[in-house]
Design a protein around this ligand. Structure first.
Ligand SMILES: NC(=O)c1ccc[n+]([C@@H]2O[C@H](COP(=O)([O-])OP(=O)(O)OC[C@H]3O[C@@H](n4cnc5c(N)ncnc54)[C@H](O)[C@@H]3O)[C@@H](O)[C@H]2O)c1
Length: 355
């Protein structure tokens, strides 16, 4: 069987998880790398024995018309331009989150993928967790009943990653577009992917990147990307929003890079009229048993453990093969961008925004 020839565009921190996914999939051959940072490119090429190395993805597509699929793991501002170049060159695309800098851009990429008849998968990796599967199964089999309210938080006390993450021209925003996107998507996924109707959001720039603090930060994923020294920090350090969906669900979400709280936290609570579920990080079901209130913990806890990154790549390849539906689609990416656009617009205007 001929293998799919795969390229990775943007070979910094997160790309390693995509590369591991392709390397562990016998249907794939890692074929080429592209990064605008030559040092990063050379180091990653040497590490994985890849010799087709490019600093410009257009050059790569010209030189390698035989490519079948790409992962886009660049800064957020290059997701759509790189994705468009890829689908127009006849490649399937797996795009990291967030899909784009805006819903308009995301829709453009979705339309181009459809026009070229290419698979466009989204890196909403939390959908691949055992916890997500279990919570969604509970929702589907009626254990939660009508889901009407949810709370999601992804809070860091001192976790601004710096570099491009803190530069809105390259990131599109701060913790809401970087972290909030994961938990909003997870709630949507568990609740059956309702569409957003309206949003009230607020953002704050009070604490900045806290670079002056002596406490070491633990969020430097891109150890070889060398792009974390930028002095720009113009993104929010706290964002919060109330999102109303078309099935009646209201989600309250809060997320931060810098906040005066004691402990960082990542937590979801989903409330239905038959039961509730908390993921934080252990999954607990809250319901009624024998006419009493009960909290049910599982013997083998369902938790996110990192294996999900390979699972999302395998799902992408299976979708190209026509063997599995994508778990996170371009449409999901677009809906998320609509929510993010509305949150930032509401924060700017201090008004509720209809989506
Ligand atoms: N799913 C997750 O859990 C997760 C975790 C971290 C990051 N991410 C996402 O992955 C993406 C990359 O994040 P990262 O932490 O790896 O950042 P990073 O800075 O470590 O790596 C990004 C790389 O992209 C390169 N790049 C930028 N623009 C480019 C272009 N036009 N062409 C080619 N290369 C380009 C940079 O030089 C850099 O090496 C972001 O969109 C981020 O939101 C997802």
């Amino acid at each position: 069987m001929e293998k799919y020839k795969i390229a990775v565009i943007g070979v910094g921190g997160i790309s390693s998880t995509h590369i591991d996914g392709y390397l562990s999939d016998p249907r794939c051959e890692l074929y080429a790398f592209c990064d605008i940072n030559e040092n990063t490119l050379k180091e990653k090429g040497a590490k994985y024995g890849i010799t087709r190395l490019f600093t410009d993805y257009n050059e790569m597509f010209k030189a390698c018309p035989e490519l079948d699929a790409v992962s886009v793991c660049t800064w957020n501002n290059a997701h759509v331009p790189a994705g468009l170049a890829a689908v127009n060159a006849g490649c399937h695309v797996f795009c990291e989150k967030p899909m784009a800098m805006s819903a308009k851009e995301a829709e453009e990429l979705k339309a181009a993928a459809e026009k070229n008849n290419k698979v466009l998968g989204l890196g909403f990796v939390r959908r691949f967790g055992d916890d997500a599967a279990l919570a969604r199964e509970m929702a589907e089999n009626g254990m939660l009943g009508d889901i009407y309210y949810a709370k999601a938080e992804y809070l860091r006390r001192n976790g601004n990653p710096g570099g491009w993450f803190a530069d809105s021209r390259r990131s599109g925003g701060g913790p809401m577009i970087d972290l909030g996107v994961h938990v909003i998507d997870l709630v949507r996924y568990i609740a059956g992917c309702p569409k957003p109707v309206s949003v009230y959001g607020a953002t704050f720039k009070k604490l900045g990147d806290r670079n002056e603090l002596k406490d070491k930060k633990a969020y430097f994923l891109g150890d070889i990307a060398g792009e974390r020294e930028s002095s720009v920090c113009d993104v929010e350090d706290l964002a919060t929003a109330m999102i109303r969906f078309d099935n009646g669900l209201v989600l309250s979400v809060e997320t931060s890079y810098s906040l005066n709280l004691e402990n960082d936290s990542g937590r979801l609570e989903i409330f239905g009229d038959k039961g509730g579920v908390t993921i934080g990080p252990e999954l607990v079901y809250h319901g009624e048993v024998c006419n009493r209130l009960a909290d049910i913990r599982f013997k083998s806890p369902a938790q996110f453990d990192g294996s999900e990154y390979s699972a999302e790549i395998h799902n992408f390849i299976s979708a190209i093969d026509g063997k599995e539906p994508l778990k996170a689609t371009a449409e999901d990416g677009v809906e998320l961008m609509k929510i993010l656009d509305a949150i930032y617009e509401s924060a700017r205007t201090h008004k509720e925004v209809l989506v």
